[in-house]
Design a protein around this ligand. Structure first.
Ligand code: DGJ
Length: 733
């Protein structure tokens, strides 16, 4: 069993293959954190919970004259506000008597096989032989607020998941003003960096590394979704940690709404990081026996640098977070008409694209925005999810039949959470959007947001979406969300519960998605939010792939996809070959480069194939053949970031290595043209030192030589040119 409790010392030890997490019930019943890091033996590191108190520190009353024990110095599992720990806390409440403090002490614990599902929330899952769970019950004996901390241990992935549940065991009303999911204290480290992933629309998840200083480094979202601006995934690491070496810790939030991450170095130089739902505009009212379940944080640790850490997340998320028919099988290669036609299409135009697509092996046509209501631009019709009869005079099912007959599946775009003022839905239900009484509200892309906390609206959406799905053989849905939340107020909740709306919105979204994925198990769902504005582990539970960015320029995509791979598997990163010059950046690149970049993800096309030359179609046919052939290696292999395109601006390279290390692909793109270019030598990763690898069209080298001496890459002369190298191992040395 990966979870050990020593009754005598009251120490809990959680082991994964390569890591250990340890905590202790201290004197007076506080739950102290002792250690998280590289696996240790049977040691108990209780020294880290020993009195660090000094002048001006508070002490619990029971400590009497012992001034060394202080919550303000103690590394803790779930720090509270109001009881003398002035660092970042996980919980703050308003008690029945109006007071703010919470005082949580150990009450009991339970160790079990498997992992309970979190009601209403996405979470990782596993069989009893894959994961074990520890639940620790803490209680505030004055307010009767109970908090249950859960730790689930996935040994083989070096992952521990955490979440917390608050239950009001009193007869008074309690209010939670803050309830995060997880705290990680590092009593043994006084220098750490934090790697965060910031961005904006069309340039998401740019890694940024900074030293954790005294005071707080804070990132998060108050936009109602995880956002383009910051991603709910961060890494804490040593200052010398790199791709292949050094200690690092990932924290990934399985949630798609507001979030906060605070990293802090305290007065004793100890480091703390907390993660959870952003407390701004958050308050949950708990009546007697009501509870609040925090979303899950997935922790992982690696002493082999970022590559290994990413691989832990990639493997876990592919198989123990994503669900459904398409979680591990190859998804249809699709062509999406958005950048091909924008709103300007009709049934015949789409059929022409499908026909040209079928000829080269594309398997699905996706009709993007504009097929419904009276939508010919982005000013109207969101909410009117019935077919636009001007564009489809014989309905969706007719086009569906036609494309199915030529061997192409059909998918459609939806933006269910939104409503246009100019729509039948708005005219019938002007009060269905999030809006504060008396205020006009903020428009964004000329649209408002439906109140997903309202069950009547969710039921309406379920009915209307299932009607579409039942009307034709639709096998894919792109679930878009093209604005952030404002004026967050729900008419179905009383004034004192308005602080619950942001969270209830996300729960409502999850409930609707759950109904749809359960009742339509054969439909592939892809999520999207103005590109990659809701690229998070929460959405992956419902949709195994996410549109990575509205920026389809292959050169910008190298950086966007690079940043995304730190926390998310390649199979989740939806990527398309689009036209050249690119519509967002006007940069011209070859079809070859666009293909190589898009093939490093869930692959598709987004351009008017019916207008392409025979030569271009031949290249695309070859790309499709290659992607199918390489699929297992790309989607299920180990991914290596060989260069950092933010620092190394001349060229970029990344690789895939098969689990048995027999095959590898290295993709190499020249980013800048140089006068009189010289050779670039790249050192590869993840190969078997002792195996000999045959480079397709090149020499024969040992894995050791390729990794430690490096490989002299072919010379590329024009900017944005690219080459793919294939390595196959032959017999052992
Ligand atoms: C934003 C998406 O990211 C695009 O791919 C496209 O679907 C548009 N919305 C359509 O409005």
């Amino acid at each position: 069993m990966a979870i050990i409790y020593n009754k005598k010392s009251q120490v809990f030890t959680l082991h994964t293959d390569k890591s250990t997490y340890q905590m202790k019930i201290t004197e007076y019943g506080f739950l102290a954190h002792l250690y998280y890091g590289r696996r240790i033996l049977d040691d108990e590191l209780t020294v880290f919970a020993e009195g660090m108190g000094r002048g001006f520190f508070g002490n619990p009353y029971e400590a009497g004259t012992d001034r060394t024990f202080s919550q303000d110095a103690l590394p803790q599992e779930f720090p509270v506000f109001g009881e003398g720990d002035y660092r970042s806390s996980c919980i703050q409440g308003i008690n029945g008597d109006g007071s703010y403090d919470v005082d949580l002490r150990y009450q009991s614990h339970n160790i079990m096989k498997g992992k309970p599902r979190l009601e209403g929330l996405p979470s990782t899952y596993g069989d009893e032989d894959e994961v074990n769970t520890l639940e620790i019950v803490l209680i505030d004996s004055v307010s009767n607020l109970e908090v249950v901390l859960s730790y689930s241990v996935f040994e083989k992935y070096d992952v521990i998941t955490r979440c917390a549940k608050a239950v009001n065991r009193s007869t008074n009303k309690l209010i939670l003003d803050k309830m995060l999911s997880c705290c990680l204290d590092f009593p043994n480290k006084d220098q750490m960096d934090i790697l965060t992933f910031y961005g904006r629309h069309a340039m998401e998840r740019m890694p940024e590394r900074s030293n954790i200083r005294h005071g707080k480094t804070v990132i998060g979202s108050v936009r109602g979704c995880s956002s383009h601006q910051h991603n709910p995934f961060v890494i804490l690491c040593d200052s010398n940690t790199g791709e292949m070496n050094g200690d690092c810790y990932g924290l990934s939030f399985v949630y798609s709404g507001n979030f906060i991450v605070e990293a802090e170095k305290d007065q004793l130089n100890q480091i703390r990081v907390v993660m959870g739902i952003e407390p701004t505009a958050f308050s949950m009212v708990l009546e007697n026996n009501e509870s609040f379940q925090s979303p899950e944080v997935v922790l992982s640790y690696s002493y082999d640098g970022f590559s290994k850490l990413s691989d832990n997340y990639h493997r876990l998320y592919r198989t123990n977070l994503c669900r459904g028919k398409y979680k591990t099988i190859r998804r249809p290669i699709l062509v999406n008409n958005w950048e091909a036609t924008y709103f300007n299409f009709n049934e015949d135009k789409l059929f022409d694209i499908a026909k040209a697509a079928a000829e080269i092996g594309i398997e699905m046509l996706v009709i993007d925005d504009g097929w419904f209501g009276k939508r010919n631009d982005d000013m109207s019709s969101l909410g009117d999810w019935y077919v636009n009869s001007d564009k489809f005079n014989q309905g969706l099912s007719y086009l569906c039949k036609r494309v199915n007959e030529i061997g192409v599946k059909l998918g459609i775009w939806l933006e269910p959470e939104m409503i246009s003022e100019d729509s039948e839905l708005f005219r019938n239900h002007p009060d269905w959007c999030l809006k504060v009484p008396g205020r006009k509200g903020i428009r964004s892309r000329y649209q408002f947001v439906l109140d997903m906390s309202n069950k009547e609206i969710r039921d309406y959406l379920y009915d209307v979406i299932s009607k579409i799905l039942d009307s034709a053989n639709i096998e894919y849905i792109k679930w878009d969300m093209n604005r952030h939340l404002t004026n967050v107020y729900s008419k179905v909740l009383p004034p004192e519960r308005q602080g619950e709306v942001y969270h209830r919105y996300v729960l409502g979204l999850y409930e609707l998605l759950e109904r749809l994925v359960t009742n339509y198990p054969d439909v592939l769902f892809e999520s999207c939010s103005g590109g990659g504005g809701r690229f998070d582990a929460g959405m992956l539970y419902y949709t195994p792939q996410i549109w990575c960015s509205d920026n389809t320029d292959s050169i910008d995509r190298i950086t966007i996809q690079y940043g995304t791979t730190f926390g998310y598997p390649v199979s989740a990163i939806s990527a398309h070959v689009s036209a050249s010059p690119n519509h967002q950046t006007h940069r011209a690149t070859s079809l070859n480069t666009r293909g190589i970049v898009a093939m490093s993800g869930a692959f598709g096309y987004e351009l008017d194939i019916s207008q392409m030359t025979q030569e271009e179609k031949d290249i695309m046919r070859e790309q499709i053949r290659l992607y199918k052939k390489q699929y297992d290696l790309i989607a299920l292999g180990t991914y290596y970031r060989l260069t950092n395109p933010i620092e190394q601006k001349s060229y970029a390279a990344w690789a895939f290595v098969s689990p048995d290390r027999k095959y590898a692909i290295v993709n190499y793109v020249l980013l800048e043209r140089e006068a009189n270019p010289t050779y670039v030598t790249l050192r590869f990763c993840g190969l078997d030192e002792r195996k000999k690898y045959q480079v397709e069209g090149g020499g024969l080298y040992s894995g050791a030589a390729l990794m430690y001496a490096g490989y002299r890459m072919p010379k590329l002369y024009s900017a944005y040119d690219c080459v793919q190298l294939n390595f196959v191992s032959i017999e052992k040395r």
